[in-house]
Design a protein around this ligand. Structure first.
Ligand code: KG4
Ligand code: ZN
Length: 349
């Protein structure tokens, strides 16, 4: 291998089949993301359908990324793959594909943790999105507030004790009859609504909490979801639900954003660090970005990924693989997928 390694990464942890070709740490040469539409019919991801869809398209998606990069499979120096967390059957498609290719070509494989990759995503587009920073990861499966003094060293300040932030968007969208995935459609409908129309609870977030309290950084969104449901039932009974949908969506979105912003600002305060990097599908939320930008003010710096790099993608997997590879971390042929893969380098505060 001469010069910077060419990394081919594959992501199949949920309902996007994606492949990316990266040179070195951040030069993205090719990137294809194929979203599976079929889950919309069911209002959520159906694991068996996801696995089958990955299997059908993974070859084409990889070939597409290589073609965009103007490279052949043989030009790849290192393979990266999401090994977890995620849907086990879906993960196995990517892991098996990459292991097969790496074995055939005699190249190393780097196993990537999906959420660590979300943390890296923004750095592909913003060279300043580097540690130290306060990281907020908000996806369909996770909500984590993390202190990142350097890449690979993560202090978990808080996570959700029930629903993830994205999951709350998805469940509330379902309750409001808006379809799946919930985030983008709630954002759209909220634009017509008043965020103050309904007062929904800010779970685990109140002024009486002190640093050191168990719940100071903990998130909880299931009470909020129940509260929306109760309102919807009442409006169904009393009439007028239809015209209240934008207000319900906007008020719900405001409640989620308030809590995410509030807890992130606590971390900014405690760590004395005004640099915040957000990642995961909910990082695509315009309301969240606006809320954080305003709370951080002139002395803070907010970095967020473009829409394409916020939701699931292989570019971030390649970026995380490049970091792990630079540290000599290579997986053995016994590599397998793990639905509950532990976050590497993470300690609890
Ligand atoms: O990171 P991601 O693509 O997949 C997981 O790893 O889970 O995140 C998907 C989540 C979904 O729950 C979706 O509703 C949410 O991200 N999402 C949003 C927005 N766009 C996507 N949530 C709020 N506002 C958005 N604009
Ligand atoms: Zn994700």
């Amino acid at each position: 291998m001469s010069g910077e390694p060419i990394i081919l990464a594959v992501e199949t942890s949920c309902d996007e089949t994606s492949a990316a070709v990266l040179r070195g740490q951040r030069e993205l040469l090719g990137h294809v993301i194929l979203s599976q539409d079929v889950h919309r019919i069911f209002g959520g991801v159906v694991p068996e359908l996801a696995s089958r869809a990955h299997l059908r398209v993974v070859d084409d998606v990889v070939n597409g990324a290589l073609a965009e990069a103007g490279l052949r499979l043989d030009d790849v120096d290192v393979f990266g793959v999401t090994a977890g967390p995620g849907l086990i059957g879906a993960l196995l498609v990517g892991v098996s594909w990459v292991k097969g290719a790496a074995f055939a070509l005699d190249r190393p494989v780097v196993a990537v943790h999906h959420m660590e990759a979300h943390l890296f995503a923004t750095s592909l587009e913003h060279p300043e999105a580097e540690p130290p920073f306060v990281g907020l990861l908000v996806s369909g499966g996770h909500t984590m507030l993390i202190w990142v003094p350097e890449w690979g060293a993560y202090e978990l300040l808080g996570e959700t004790r029930d629903d993830a932030a994205g999951e709350a968007f998805d469940k509330v969208a379902k309750i409001l009859g808006l379809g799946y995935p919930g985030g983008p459609v709630i954002q759209k409908v909220s634009a017509e609504g008043d965020p103050k129309a309904f007062h929904f609870p800010r779970g685990m977030f109140h002024g009486g909490q002190q640093p050191g309290d168990d719940d100071y950084y903990t998130f909880s969104f299931s009470g909020l979801k129940t509260s929306v449901l109760t309102r919807v039932r009442q409006l169904e009974k009393d009439g007028g639900l239809e015209e209240q949908i934008p207000n319900l969506a906007a008020s719900f979105q405001a409640a989620v954003v308030d809590v995410l912003v509030g807890k992130t600002m606590r971390a900014v305060q405690e760590k004395g660090c005004g640099r915040v990097v957000i990642g995961g599908g909910v990082a695509a939320s315009r309301a969240l970005r606006a809320g954080l930008t305003e709370a951080l003010g002139e002395n803070g710096e907010l970095y967020y990924p473009s829409m394409r790099l916020a939701t699931d993608n292989a570019a971030m997997i390649a970026r995380a693989a490049a970091f792990r590879y630079s540290r000599g971390e290579v997986a053995g042929l016994d590599l397998t997928a793990r639905a509950d893969l532990p976050f590497p380098g993470m300690v609890r505060a």
